[in-house]
Ligand binder design. Structure first.
Ligand SMILES: [Zn+2]
Length: 458
């Protein structure tokens, strides 16, 4: 205990020197929710409501989401809307749709439930897969020289592999499957999550996620019948909007018009259609929580805009769940000169803080990340899980790919990730406030001071 107290004061001491603004503390977690927590809640209650239907591009829910964020921004003094009255429209090629009747997996004649027992990546090019399954064992131990797997579907166990970032794991599986000329991969994972494989996995390879329970039966040689059909033909043009606003530094405090971007994606997955029924996914944590954080960051920095030495551009991205579409479009067409963008901070799932652990991605994208994060006043003693990669599947990757230093903050994947159980009632509001209190001084370092971020290409 004593040791802890000494460390605590040391941290605060160094923080006070480095940071002009002290974080607001939020230690009264068992009492009346703070004003900030109440505002978080009102945003999430609406964004994750039935009315918005899971916030999918090309639905009324998407439009209502965008309108809500725009209204929130426009009501904050000091925040101006950019783009067309706050909106930046973009179009992209939509995913192929699953045909429930022809996407199925049977074990011993018994039909499995899509979304619960198995899930298929919609990027699979040929859209058609039948085949025998070969259990290839644990990912790290697969010897591609010793297995005959041409035309077969490889069942790969990655649950006991050392923890690899999502993309690296998929790439590793893809590499091995291609080497042995397999037709597809069955990936054993407790999280079935509509796998995002665009630009990670060869589209020639089918990817099927199965639950460990299903995998167990497959390993035991239960007769499996897999049929995947993903509709061919023209992909529909899909449209959505980013919501974009700005807080401008006053007077001549920002002579070069430097910009720091704060962002969060506003879309979610909507519904999952299975053979039997349709379930709605409201996405309270993913990512109504991040949008709530973004709106309140806007309020926080707008109230202190007289201290700004860089402009802040706020962006709520559309269509993240469809392959980072909105952020990619914005990074290509940023509404401010690209060379003025100095840094990007992203929030994706900030509503389920567990064991006080804040996950910070992108630490390897710029040289000053470690000292900045270590020196930020950590008044709530958050554990920091620092992840180097700049390319994990969330919007910060679109900026990393443009050579912009970037961090993405998250309370991590809960067991309700991409499930109909990602509900507002499960949001940890005191935890959201703790994240907010930790991150605001980190961003302050760059917008109130001439703090540098030096990009590192990984
Ligand atoms: Zn998300």
């Amino acid at each position: 205990m004593i040791k802890k107290q000494i460390l605590f004061s040391l941290l605060l001491g160094s923080a006070a020197m480095s940071f002009p603004v002290m974080a607001q503390t939020s230690q009264n977690t068992n009492t009346e929710p703070s004003a900030l927590q109440k505002r978080f809640k009102s945003h999430i209650v609406y964004l994750a409501s039935e009315e918005l239907g899971g916030r999918v591009p090309m639905t009324a829910g998407d439009t209502l989401t965008v309108e809500y964020i725009k209204k929130q921004f426009s009501e904050i003094p000091g925040v101006e809307l950019l783009g067309k009255d706050g909106l930046q429209e973009f179009a992209f090629a939509g995913l192929r749709e699953f045909i429930p009747d022809s996407t199925y997996m049977r074990l011993n004649g018994k039909k499995l439930k899509q979304g619960k027992d198995f899930q298929v990546s919609p990027y699979f090019q040929s859209g058609k897969l039948d085949g025998d399954i070969l259990y290839a064992g644990e990912l790290q131990k697969i010897n591609t020289d010793s297995i005959q797997a041409e035309g077969k579907i490889l069942l790969i166990d990655a649950t006991t592999s050392p923890e690899l970032p999502y993309e690296d794991l998929l790439k590793e599986m893809g590499k091995k499957a291609e080497k042995v000329k397999a037709s597809g991969i069955i990936w054993v994972t407790p999280e079935l999550n509509y796998p995002e494989t665009d630009k990670v996995l060869n589209r020639r390879l089918a990817l099927i996620q199965v639950s460990p329970k299903v995998a167990e039966q497959l390993k035991n040689g239960v007769k499996a019948d897999i049929k995947v059909r993903i509709e061919h033909g023209d992909r529909k043009k899909t449209k959505s909007n980013n919501v974009v606003a700005r807080i401008k530094a006053e007077g001549n405090l920002n002579p070069n018009n430097d910009v720091v971007i704060i962002g969060a994606h506003h879309d979610h997955i909507g519904q999952q259609i299975t053979k039997k029924d349709t379930v709605y996914l409201y996405g309270a944590d993913d990512n109504a929580s991040g949008v709530a954080t973004l709106i309140e960051m806007a309020r926080y920095f707008a109230a202190r805009r007289d201290q700004l030495k860089k402009d802040i551009v706020l962006v709520a991205f559309g269509a993240e769940e469809r392959g980072l579409q909105g952020s990619r479009y914005f990074a290509e067409n940023p509404l401010v000169p690209a060379e003025t963008i100095k840094a990007m901070f992203n929030f994706d799932m900030t509503g389920r803080l567990t064991a006080k652990t804040l996950h910070i991605r992108g630490v390897g994208t710029f040289a000053e990340a470690f000292p900045t994060l270590a020196a930020a006043p950590n008044v709530n003693w958050l554990n920091l899980n620092l992840i180097m990669s700049g390319t994990e599947p969330t919007d910060y990757a679109s900026f990393y790919r443009k050579g912009i230093p970037t961090l993405s903050f998250s309370s991590g994947r809960s067991k309700d990730f991409h499930s109909h159980t990602d509900l507002e009632s499960k949001i940890n509001y005191p935890g959201m406030e703790m994240i907010f209190d930790y991150v605001t001084p980190v961003i302050s370092r760059y917008v109130f001071e001439p703090g540098r971020m030096t990009f590192i290409q990984q």
